[in-house]
Design a protein. Structure first.
Length: 333
């Protein structure tokens, strides 16, 4: 198949209805609202309802996409769910989503690359469609981090929210679609972001609960240093390998960690000339879902036009990195 003939056919997203203000979070963590706004530039976030799990958010994002697409759920060939907050250790969350949306003919699986998972999922979908021309792959990124936040840890509790985003990958006209991927992993930096208990090394127990080892933990300064040192070179490698100059990029759709870091990264990576799409002010850091959500919002707002060159970029636990050049192909909504 010719390079660049696989792209995004449509997008969708879902956000829980429960809006959580900085005033509410500030009261719980014991800080001033001004501190949250100054440190993060986040003004609000959404938390899943008690009856909602990750599969519910993911299914709602998929249904949002499918209702605006000529493709029906039963026409999907592959269903990939990116999450680090799955409903349970087994079965994979993708199988729950498959059942919820009626995608009975899709081969399904989960991936866990934390906040880089959506771009890894797109890369996998690209490979699957290249192997089976005409296939359609639905990539969903969804996380419910509100269930593993420690509200005595102001460094993390103020950042995270819940949400889901989706993209349909398939064949697109020549000259559009994906132009290359850059994926990277650094297991030596794995301690920067972690949830220590609940797996085979530290099964959940009264002791792990008492020590708070089921909560999300992050070394914020270490993450910032990792991102600033590793993401710009990754983008440069993508540029060199594809022959696409960064000056050609019109839209930057990044992971949404916090506003201060994102502004610094745009400058460091040489992307100041682009339109950087941001949703963190309204929704906070939604983990794996953040790039997918932000892409869908840009699409809905009519900011993206056929042929526009986008850079999607992510970084997260593992530590992981992901970036792709994408010539936009989805029809206006």
């Amino acid at each position: 198949m010719a390079k660049g003939t696989i792209g995004i056919l449509g997008t969708g997203s879902y956000l829980p209805k429960d809006e959580v203000t900085n005033e509410e979070v500030a009261a719980r963590v014991g800080v001033e609202t001004e501190w949250i706004e100054r440190k993060t530039q986040i003004a609000g976030r959404r938390y899943a309802a008690p009856t909602e799990a990750t599969s519910d958010l993911a299914a709602a994002a998929a249904e949002d996409l499918l209702k605006r697409s000529p493709v029906a759920a039963e026409d999907l060939d592959f269903l990939i769910v990116s999450t680090s907050t799955g409903d349970s250790p087994q079965p994979p969350t993708a199988y729950l989503v498959q059942d919820l949306i009626g995608a009975a003919n899709a081969a399904c699986f989960d991936i866990n690359v934390v906040c880089s998972g959506f771009i890894y999922g797109l890369a996998l979908a690209h490979s699957l469609v290249a192997e089976r021309p005409g296939a359609r792959a639905l990539v969903i990124a969804a996380d419910v981090y509100s269930r593993c936040l420690d509200f005595s840890d102001r460094r993390t509790a103020v950042l995270l929210g819940d949400g889901a985003g989706a993209a349909l990958v398939g064949q697109v006209p020549d000259g559009l679609g994906f132009a290359g991927f850059e994926l990277g992993s650094r297991g030596d930096a794995r301690r920067l972001i972690r949830v220590e208990a609940g797996g085979s090394r530290l099964p959940a127990s009264e002791a792990t609960l008492a020590r708070g080892e089921h909560f999300f933990r992050m070394d914020g300064r270490g993450v910032r240093d990792f991102v600033m040192e590793n993401f710009p070179p990754a983008v440069q490698r993508l540029s060199l390998r594809t022959g696409i100059g960064l000056d050609e990029v019109r839209h930057f759709v990044p992971h949404q960690p916090n506003g201060v870091l994102l502004s610094q990264l745009v400058e460091k990576a040489g992307l100041g000339h682009t339109t950087t799409h941001r949703t963190l002010e309204r929704y906070g850091n939604t983990g794996s879902a953040s790039v997918a959500l932000t892409l869908d919002h840009a699409h809905r707002e009519g900011a993206l036009h056929p042929g526009d060159l986008l850079l999607l970029g992510s970084f997260g636990g593992g530590m992981s990195l992901g970036a792709t050049f994408l010539h936009w192909s989805a029809a206006a909504v």
